[in-house]
Ligand binder design. Structure first.
Ligand code: OAD
Ligand code: ZN
Length: 246
């Protein structure tokens, strides 16, 4: 049975669709992945850029790198993959659990987005509870808080916990999903990579969209080797066709 037949057969049971997304969905928006062919972690040492120890030791160096990524992200737009996911919320209860920090799902119009690894647009103080969205160039570098301490990007670094409320809600949404679509993630980073298993244990259909097989492809009901900006609009059209036949 192919994915179209499976979805058509189960259509009346599919109320909630949960997406788990990673860097690959934003690749066609011009944002590099971490472990793909031009992946950031292939040329950069994550331990020197994405840990609190690295930041404390050399905030200037870490901020220079994050500032480049902020510039890249500010110049990027959602692609057809992000847009297709946003369009789907007109037909189903759609939730997006993303590991991305680029804000592109929200920009595309998705309403229920949970950013598991935070976001790069927001800055927060390393000392007090100051936090703000910031789209501008920094006047002082590295940027400082009004309290005098250094600001950091509001992203989750290696060794740090996910924002608690976001993670709790993500588990609930995963367990409630009828169809989980995993897009553009290598599924090697924990705990995000446990979400498909939570969904599966609760009877959800699992579908993966990624040009490459991943370590978890064998767990999927359907593993589709395509790019998301091409496949997701076709997927949404197919769902619309199935709905019109019902
Ligand atoms: P990865 O770079 O590990 O994986 C990206 C995946 O996207 C790869 O499996 C690619 O094959 C796939 N891909 C590439 N182009 C694609 C396309 N056009 N359509 C669909 N898929 C495509 O990125 P993540 O899994 O998101 O965390 O990485 C997880 C976390 O590791 C990140 O959030 C980041 C990183 O360290 C932190 O910084 C805490
Ligand atoms: Zn402060």
């Amino acid at each position: 049975m192919n994915w179209i037949e499976k979805i058509e057969d189960n259509f009346s049971l599919i109320k909630k669709i949960v997406f788990v997304t990673g860097a690959g969905i934003s690749h066609e928006s011009g944002i590099p992945t971490f472990r793909g062919k031009d992946g950031l972690w292939r040329n950069h040492d994550a331990m020197k850029l994405a840990t609190i120890d690295a930041f404390n030791e050399n905030p200037q160096f870490v901020w220079e790198w994050y500032n480049e990524r902020r510039k890249n992200i500010f110049e990027s737009f959602p692609n057809k993959g992000h847009q297709a996911i946003a369009e789907l919320q007109e037909l189903f209860d759609v939730v997006v659990l993303t590991q991305n920090v680029d804000g592109l799902h929200k920009k595309a119009g998705s309403r229920n987005v949970y950013e598991l690894h935070g976001d790069i647009i927001t800055l927060r103080c390393t000392n007090c509870d100051f936090i703000e969205e910031n789209f501008s160039e920094f006047s002082e570098f590295p940027p400082k808080c009004r309290c005098g301490s250094i600001l950091r990007p509001n992203v989750v670094w290696f060794g740090e916990s996910l924002p608690q409320q976001v993670w709790r809600n993500s588990i609930i949404h995963a367990s409630e999903s009828d169809l989980m679509i995993i897009v553009g993630t290598s599924l090697v980073v924990s705990p995000a990579n446990t979400l498909p298993l939570i969904a599966k244990e609760n009877g959800s259909i699992l579908m993966e969209i990624n040009p490459e097989k991943t370590e978890m492809s064998a767990e999927m009901d359907f593993s589709i080797q395509e790019k998301s900006a091409k496949f997701l609009p076709e997927f949404v059209n197919e769902l619309k066709k199935i709905k019109s036949r019902k």
